[in-house]
Design a protein around this ligand. Structure first.
Ligand SMILES: C[S@@+](CC[C@H](N)C(=O)[O-])C[C@H]1O[C@@H](n2cnc3c(N)ncnc32)[C@H](O)[C@@H]1O
Length: 316
C-alpha cells in the first residue's frame, strides 16, 4: 500500500528524544534537517524552538517532501521544505538568506514509507520494479546496475557496500539470470545462489543494501557532505547524525575524529606540516543507541547509532 499525503506517516523517528535533547533547539534558532523523511524529527525541532525557531527541511524524495510539507504546514513560515540533496545545503541556505545555522540533523538511510512502497523497489519483501533511487526522477536505477555492470563490478559493489562474503557467487548468479526486472526476481536469484543458510536475516538483505547504496552513491555523498555541513554551523551549534550500518557509522566517526583534531599529519611525522585546525568538539565519544523499549517497538532502531559534535569558535 502506498503512503500518501494525509495518511498517517508510518515512519517513526528513531532516537527522537535523544536527538532533540542533544540539539537543544531554542527560539529564534535556525535549523537544518538534511533528511526530512516524514517530518517527524523536523516537527520536534520546530515545536522545541517555538515561537520563532525556523527550520529548512530537505529530502531527495518528492513523496517525502510532500509528506513533510503537509506535516509542517501547521508551523507556517517557520518551516521551509525543499526537494534536493543535503550535499547542496549551503546553496539552499543561501537562497533563504539564512547564513549559518544553530543545529543540523542528518538521519541517514531509507524510511519506512520508502520500504513500504512496492513501486520504489527498495524492499525484497514486496514485488516491485528494481528502482531504489531516493529521487526517482534522476540517476541510475538498480535495474540498470544489475543488468549492465560487468560481473566483477557487481561483485565489488556487493562486497564493499553489502559486506556480502559470497559476492562473487551472487554476482555470477545475477549475470546468468539477467535481464532482471523486479525485486522478487532479484531476491529469488540471490536466495538460490546462497542456498539454505542458518542466519536469521533474509540472505537477500546484503545485496539489496549494497545496490541501494550504489544507486544513490550514498557513502560518497556522506563523506563529502559532513565536512561541508560542519562549515554551516554557528559556533557551539551541534550536528547530530543517525546512521544504520557500520559503513555509514565508520565514515561519521572518522570524519568527526579528523575534524576534532588540530593536526592530521601521519603519526610517524615528527613535525606538523598539515596546518589543520580542529573545527568541532565530539559530544558523544561513543555512539548513542536506542533503549530496549524503542528497539522492541521499532525494529529500525535496533541498528541506529547517534553521533553528535559541536562547532568550535572559528579562529580569526
Ligand atoms: C531515515 S529517513 C529520515 C526520517 C526523518 N528523520 C523523519 O523523522 O521522518 C531518510 C531520508 O533521507 C532521504 N535522503 C537520502 N539521501 C538524501 C540526500 N542525499 N539528500 C536529501 N535527502 C536524502 C531519503 O529520501 C529519506 O526520506
Amino acid at each position: 500500500m502506498n503512503a500518501g499525503v494525509g495518511d498517517m506517516p508510518r515512519h517513526r523517528p528513531v532516537l527522537y528524544q535523544e536527538t532533540l535533547s542533544y540539539l537543544a533547539p531554542f527560539s529564534p534558532g535556525k535549523y537544518l534537517d538534511c533528511t526530512a523523511g516524514a517530518g517527524g524529527h523536523a516537527s520536534g525541532i520546530l515545536e522545541a524552538s517555538a515561537p520563532q525557531g525556523r527550520l529548512l527541511a530537505l529530502d531527495l524524495d518528492p513523496h517525502a517532501v510532500a509528506l513533510t510539507s503537509a506535516r509542517l504546514a501547521v508551523f507556517g513560515e517557520r518551516a521551509v521544505v525543499r526537494q534536493g540533496s543535503y550535499l547542496h545545503s549551503r546553496e539552499y541556505l543561501q537562497d533563504l538568506g539564512w547564513g549559518k545555522v544553530d543545529g543540523i540533523l542528518l538521519d541517514l538511510g531509507v524510511s519506512s514509507m520508502q520500504l513500504d512502497e512496492a513501486n520504489r523497489g527498495f524492499s525484497f519483501r514486496q514485488e516491485g520494479p528494481l528502482d531504489m533511487r531516493f529521487d526517482p526522477g534522476s540517476g541510475t536505477s538498480a535495474a540498470d546496475l544489475v543488468n549492465h555492470l560487468e560481473e566483477r563490478e557487481l561483485a565489488d559493489i556487493l562486497w564493499k557496500y553489502g559486506e556480502e562474503r559470497f559476492s562473487r557467487r551472487v554476482a555470477k548468479a545475477i549475470v546468468r539470470a539477467r535481464p532482471l526486472a523486479t525485486t522478487a526476481e532479484l531476491a529469488g536469484v540471490v536466495r538460490s545462489a546462497l542456498g539454505r543458510t542458518k542466519e536469521a536475516q533474509d540472505p537477500a538483505t546484503r545485496t539489496f543494501q549494497a545496490l541501494r547504496i550504489a544507486v544513490n552513491n550514498e557513502l560518497a555523498v556522506i563523506t563529502e557532505a559532513v565536512p561541508r555541513l560542519i562549515a554551516l554551523l554557528q559556533p557551539s551549534a551541534r550536528i547530530a547524525v543517525i546512521s544504520f550500518h557500520s559503513l555509514e557509522d565508520r565514515i561519521i566517526k572518522q570524519c568527526f575524529r579528523r575534524e576534532s583534531q588540530d593536526c592530521i599529519c601521519p603519526p610517524e611525522q615528527p613535525v606538523c606540516t598539515c596546518g589543520h585546525r580542529a573545527s568541532i568538539k565530539i559530544i558523544t565519544p561513543h555512539p548513542v543507541e536506542a533503549g530496549e523499549t524503542e528497539k522492541m517497538e521499532n525494529p529500525r532502531a535496533r541498528s541506529a547509532k547517534l553521533r553528535v559534535a559541536a562547532k568550535l569558535m572559528e579562529m580569526a
